[in-house]
Unconditional design. Structure first.
Lengths: 264, 414
């Protein structure tokens, strides 16, 4: 059931992505309703699938991250009044669901009620934080592309389909300012969970050092936005630097300590 | 003599060249006078941001070098204007003007501004146009009106002014509450300012070389009037600057606004330069958050909105073709009657002279016989002239009499 629901969600995300990208290959833009309805249907199936998972391990985390991305994509449809965010979130969500399926998804044993609340909060906040940071990265990338086109006075598909600069800048700010505290809280909950239920923190020195490094980079990107009032291109580059740090550190740690049993 | 159009347009010349060829209203009589002095019997100069075209009734060999020289003088380094130009003759020239006035030849397909520009060109050249071009321009306006009412070629908002709104919208998103500064008080500036105002942009300042003209426009837009020199500090606060002055060179230069824009602390500034020649020094676009667009850019954006209009092209072309036939029939018939009259008079004079000469040797003939000879010569002349006269009139009605007339004039020295 979990696999079937994930597969159906994957197909719907894939279809939505193909429709969203159609204008870039010279095809007619699909009706906006369709580009919203397909990921909506996919997300509905995905929610049912995720609710049956135990949120432990890489595959469930990837699946949940994909779901959060799609939900954020649908939320931003209203904020930026366009489906341009879907150019990135669509393929990313489809890829993450595909990866989760490859790694293997299966229902697991439920932890006790007290542990469950900690775990759900930790996973939900961490994954939502990561998804928001990904959204900030996407908004920054869209901003830089649209900025480049506008400066170069090119009026092609990017100009036509991407949202206005100031809306992307606003989206980047909102996602970064919400994403950083969410991720921080998620990590703090993980520490609390480990101390209370797992008899201490079982992580290597490298994970602590690189985790802190990532947190500092993200904190800096948020600080310059909020305190120094950076905007436009500088803020976009800062967001990209922050999310790139998250990705690179994650990949480096997973390569150093491979294993599908834990997300970090 | 025939109808000719010589010129350059947005397809044959880049903006840098077109802006050099652009003639202000005060330059038109002088330019036409030079061409008329070369032997043209009528002339109209149509000069817009997209085209500079001389419509002439003239011998091509005599006026063509004058027109290219006249335009070439405006190019640097001895570049030949002919490299950017084109010539259309007779029926093609008529069709060309009809396509221009109906918006078929515009960069923004079906744009309506050209109709007013054709009218203005005709008005400005009224003294030199002559009867044929008067008729041609009068009918061109009629063709433009027909195309706009009978087809959907002018539907939608594919104008440079609406493109200005679209471009500003891609920078700011919602335009409501943004502030705009207008430089120049021409029709184009007012049109674009009105479009921005309709989107909620607060047009707060109108600056012009002459304060009085700025005041008139400012009152209409609910803004404050300034002189150009007073406008530069406002580059620090305005979100959108719309330039459309009639200045012959850039007025918004680095020296005047570079430092002021630097004080914006990265806030985007959208500068829409609708003027030809351009009002804004292109170097201004190098400032990080300045987005500068000229008329070519805006017309490119607007052109994208004209996809639907393309479906109306066949219907519009049919109207142009019909009206070209009508004009050409009129033009062909225009010279037929006097030429036929002259031709017949010349033949009649010959006949009378020959009959009189013959009669001097036929003095023995009775009056009835003399009358019969006279009658015979008259009948022969009528028979000889009947077919050419009928053919000429028929060709004139079909709109193809011009060539026959020319042949007749040359053959019989009319």
């Amino acid at each position: 059931m979990i696999l079937t629901l994930h597969l159906l969600a994957l197909v719907l995300y894939g279809l939505a992505t193909a429709l969203t990208l159609a204008p870039f290959v010279g095809l007619r833009a699909p009706p906006r309703l369709l580009t919203i309805a397909l990921p909506c249907a996919g997300a509905a199936l995905h929610v049912v699938a995720v609710s049956q998972l135990t949120l432990v391990g890489v595959a469930p985390a990837l699946s949940m991250l994909a779901l959060c991305l799609v939900l954020l994509q649908l939320a931003t449809e209203r904020l930026v009044r366009g489906s341009a965010v879907g150019f990135f979130t669509g393929p990313l969500a489809a890829g993450l669901v595909g990866l989760a399926l490859l790694i293997g998804l299966a229902p697991g044993a439920e932890p006790s009620a007290g542990r469950n609340v900690w775990l759900i909060l930790h996973v939900a906040l961490s994954v939502m934080g990561l998804a928001l940071l990904a959204l900030a990265f996407i908004a920054a990338a869209l901003y830089l592309l649209q900025f480049r086109e506008l400066k170069a006075r090119r009026f092609g598909q990017v100009f036509q389909l991407f949202p206005p600069l100031e809306r992307l800048d606003h989206l980047n700010r909102v996602a970064l300012v919400a994403g950083f505290p969410a991720l921080t809280l998620g990590v703090l909950l993980a520490l609390g969970y480990a101390a209370r239920f797992a008899g201490g923190l079982h992580v290597g020195k490298a994970q602590i050092v690189w985790g802190l490094f990532t947190w500092v980079v993200l904190g800096w990107a948020t600080w310059v936005r909020v305190v120094r009032h950076w905007g436009g291109r500088r803020a976009a580059f800062a967001s990209i630097a922050g999310f790139s740090a998250v990705l690179l550190v994650y990949l480096a740690l997973k390569l150093a300590q491979p294993g599908a049993e834990r997300f970090l | 003599m025939g109808i000719k159009v010589l010129g350059v347009n947005h397809r044959t010349a880049p903006l840098e060249v077109r802006e050099r060829f652009a003639h202000g209203a005060h330059e038109v009589p002088g330019a036409l006078a030079r061409v008329m002095a070369a032997g043209a019997s009528g002339g109209v100069l149509l000069s817009t941001c997209n085209r500079t075209e001389f419509y002439l009734v003239a011998d091509e060999e005599r006026v063509t070098p004058v027109v290219w020289d006249l335009l070439g003088e405006r190019l640097p380094g001895g570049t030949a204007a002919r490299e950017y130009g084109y010539i259309a003759r007779d029926r093609d020239a008529v069709r060309h003007l009809y396509r221009v006035s109906s918006g078929l030849d515009s960069m923004i397909l079906g744009e309506s501004q050209i109709q007013g520009q054709v009218r203005d060109a005709w008005e400005a050249s009224r003294a030199q146009a002559g009867p044929v071009l008067h008729r041609l321009f009068q009918t061109a306006l009629h063709v433009g009106a027909r195309v706009r009412t009978e087809t959907a070629l002018g539907s939608g908002t594919a104008s440079a002014a609406s493109a200005a709104v679209a471009v500003a919208g891609k920078i700011f998103g919602d335009l409501a509450g943004r502030t705009a500064l207008i430089l120049g008080a021409g029709d184009m500036a007012e049109l674009a300012a009105t479009c921005l105002s309709d989107e909620g942009v607060q047009v707060s300042l109108v600056a012009n070389r002459t304060h009085e003209r700025a005041r008139v426009i400012a009152e209409r837009l609910g803004a404050r009037a300034l002189t150009l020199d007073e406008a530069w500090p406002h580059f620090a606060t305005a979100d959108i600057v719309l330039c459309s002055t009639a200045a012959p060179h850039a007025v918004v230069t680095w020296d005047r606004v570079g430092a002021v824009i630097g004080g914006r602390r990265g806030r985007p500034l959208c500068i829409l330069d609708l003027a030809v020649p351009r009002d804004v020094d292109p170097a201004i676009a190098q400032i990080e958050n300045v987005f500068l667009y000229d008329i070519d850019d805006l017309q490119t954006v607007a052109a994208q909105a004209s996809v639907r209009r393309r479906e109306e092209i066949p219907a519009a072309e049919r109207i142009v073709e019909e009206e070209t036939d009508v004009f050409w029939a009129w033009y062909g018939g225009l010279g037929v009657v006097p030429v036929i009259k002259e031709f017949r008079a010349r033949m009649e004079a010959l006949r009378a002279a020959e009959v009189e000469r013959a009669m001097r040797h036929l003095g023995h003939l009775a009056p009835q016989d003399r009358a019969r000879v006279e009658q015979l010569s008259q009948a022969l002349l009528n028979k000889f002239l009947h077919q050419p006269t009928v053919a000429l009139k028929a060709a004139a009605e079909r709109g193809s009499g011009y060539g026959l007339l020319e042949a007749l004039r040359r053959l019989f020295g009319l």
